[in-house]
Write a new protein. Structure first.
Length: 577
């Protein structure tokens, strides 16, 4: 039974491919004339042996050579043209799907990453490579193989039978090649992806690996995965190479056998020497596309695997539907009967959660580890869709906002802040191709990070690496806070915002929260440390994914917190439980 998601994804891929239908027909037309002109060589050889050598006419040889030169020139021009057209077909296909696949990869990875999301962009590239490769051109030439074989039959039936039998054996080798190499190639690709994931993780955590003396252990772990990938790749390469060599060897033998049989027929007077040479050339041309396809079969297999994986990805993550633009909302957040099941799990981590945050208020969300605080943050920012209930922003459910618009309205500071390769200004501007310098500085000032940034070697133009480079955890967190505030959001969601901050950083965070409240904006803070809730007006306590208390901060603290006095002073030594 067909998977409806995969079929939906394939329909989307076919639609992108159909946009170049006219170009495919043009390539087919050019291929018709290219293969027709391929007869130039055999016919020229036939005329030279049977007419020129017999008549010893220089004029005939000169005239034939001129005609052949012109025909070969036209064939080369058409062959070059169809290659250029297919290159543009591949480029159009990739350009048509680049943003769609990139968006699907990001959306899938943010929810529940799997192999299809990890390899989505590589899958698209593998299809594009096939579209511009010579083996695909061989598919346009293969329909001419029977015609060329039929031409050999016209020279002599025995030559035709030898060519047809040889062609059948080559086709059988092609089928066996596909059947026997599919599994080794799939295993090799999977093992390679796994080893790349391990190496990427080790590089991202290089600081910890070095500091904790894990280099040998991490190398051993990566080497084990790499050795597995190499073994699988060698197995696939050996199997594919075997069929490639068999095909090439057999085709060379077949050409010699054709010459030998032709020579025999010439000796017995049933064939002319020109027909003998022309038949050999024609058979080589007839079987060349088959040999090329077998030799480049891994390219077909990788593209076929990419097509299936890409279809699954696009079918699982359908395109975003256009939404009616709504006016900028007030900072009123309502969570109504919210129940959320994390992707890939069967048990809800939030159950029937209700609360309201008015403009100008800050809500602190407290609870033990695993209570559901980060899950609530992901739900409010639209990363995870509720299984039940609604999250409303100024009366409209967040599903009514385009994700890119919602990301501007709700600023988000995750627990683990990651920077991108680039300058501090580019990171604050969210990698915008047209960053607004005034907004960058304003966001940094709101996050109370402006003075900190100015002290850096090149200020806002200081380059940082994805791993943070020489920046401290607190500096990265404050830059992340500025990034969250760059779009002037109406709601700010902070997940453990002071986990890496010192007293100065915590004070800067509280200043930013006060500034947001004074502008009529709302702030949600998922917190363990007391200093983070110092500016909160409301507290929400979660326990096991359910609301245990909600209301004014002091009222909730009286009920659920033992060290109320330490919390009211913002003492960083205590902890919110």
């Amino acid at each position: 039974m067909k998977n409806p998601k995969i079929e939906a994804g394939k329909d989307e891929l076919r639609a992108a491919r159909r946009e170049s239908r006219g170009l495919f027909w043009t390539v087919g037309l050019f291929s018709f004339f290219v293969n027709l002109l391929m007869l130039t060589g055999p016919l020229y050889m036939l005329q030279v042996y049977d007419r020129v050598l017999g008549s010893r006419s220089f004029e005939t040889l000169f005239g034939l050579t001129l005609i052949v030169g012109f025909l070969y020139g036209m064939m080369g021009l058409l062959d070059f043209s169809r290659a250029r057209i297919m290159a543009r077909v591949g480029s159009r296909f990739q350009a048509r799907l680049d943003q769609r696949v990139f968006d699907a990869v990001i959306r899938k990875s943010s929810i529940a990453p799997d192999e299809s999301s990890a390899t989505g962009l590589r899958d698209l590239e593998s299809i594009q490579r096939l579209l511009i490769s010579p083996p695909l051109m061989a598919l346009f030439d293969m329909p001419w193989t029977p015609i060329f074989l039929a031409g050999i039959l016209l020279f002599h039936p025995w030559l035709g039978y030898l060519a047809i039998g040889g062609g059948a054996i080559l086709i059988l080798l092609t089928i066996l090649n596909q059947a026997t190499t599919r599994l080794p190639v799939a295993r090799a690709n999977m093992a390679t992806v796994q080893s790349e994931q391990i190496s990427g993780q080790m590089v991202n955590e290089a600081e910890m690996v070095q500091a904790m003396g894990m280099r040998e252990a991490s190398f051993h772990r990566w080497q084990t995965a790499r050795d597995q990938a190499l073994r699988q790749s060698l197995a696939a390469s050996d199997m594919g190479g075997l069929f490639s060599v068999l095909t090439k060897t057999f085709r060379l033998f077949l050409q010699s056998a054709m010459l030998g049989l032709g020579a025999y027929l010439v000796l017995v007077g049933e064939l002319s020497p020109g027909a003998m040479i022309a038949g050999s050339i024609l058979m080589g041309r007839a079987l060349a596309p088959i040999e090329l396809a077998i030799g480049q079969w891994p390219l077909f297999q990788r593209a076929a695997k990419g097509w299936e994986s890409l279809a699954l990805l696009l079918g699982t993550v359908p395109p975003e539907q256009p939404r009616t633009a709504l006016p900028t909302p007030q900072a009123k957040l309502e969570v109504q009967q919210l129940t959320l099941v994390p992707p890939g799990q069967s048990q809800a981590t939030l159950r029937m959660v209700n609360f309201v945050v008015q403009p100008g208020q800050a809500l602190g969300v407290i609870g033990t580890s695993g209570a559901g605080k980060s899950t609530l943050a992901r739900a409010i920012t639209g990363l995870w869709r509720p299984a039940g209930g609604k999250i409303r922003l100024d009366g409209a459910s967040i599903e009514q906002y385009d994700p890119s618009v919602l990301g501007q309205l709700i600023g988000y500071l995750p627990q683990r802040v990651e920077l991108f390769d680039g300058t501090i200004a580019e990171n604050i501007a969210r990698l915008s191709p047209t960053p607004d310098a005034a907004k960058i500085v304003a966001a940094a000032k709101k996050a109370d990070a402006h003075a900190m940034i100015l002290k850096m070697p090149e200020g806002y133009d200081t380059r940082v690496a994805a791993s943070g480079g020489r920046l401290s955890g607190g500096q990265i967190q404050r830059i992340g806070l500025a990034r969250a505030m760059y779009s002037d959001p109406v709601i700010l969601v902070l997940d453990e915002p002071n986990s890496n901050l010192d007293n100065e950083g915590s004070q800067a965070l509280n200043n930013a929260i006060r500034a947001m409240k004074s502008e009529g904006k709302s702030v949600l803070i998922m917190a363990h440390r007391p200093a983070a809730i110092q500016e909160c007006d409301l507290l929400l306590m979660l326990d096991g994914g359910q609301v245990r208390a909600f209301g004014p901060k002091d009222d909730v603290l009286k009920k659920v917190v033992q060290n109320r006095q330490a919390l009211a002073r913002g003492d960083n030594q205590g902890g919110v439980q």
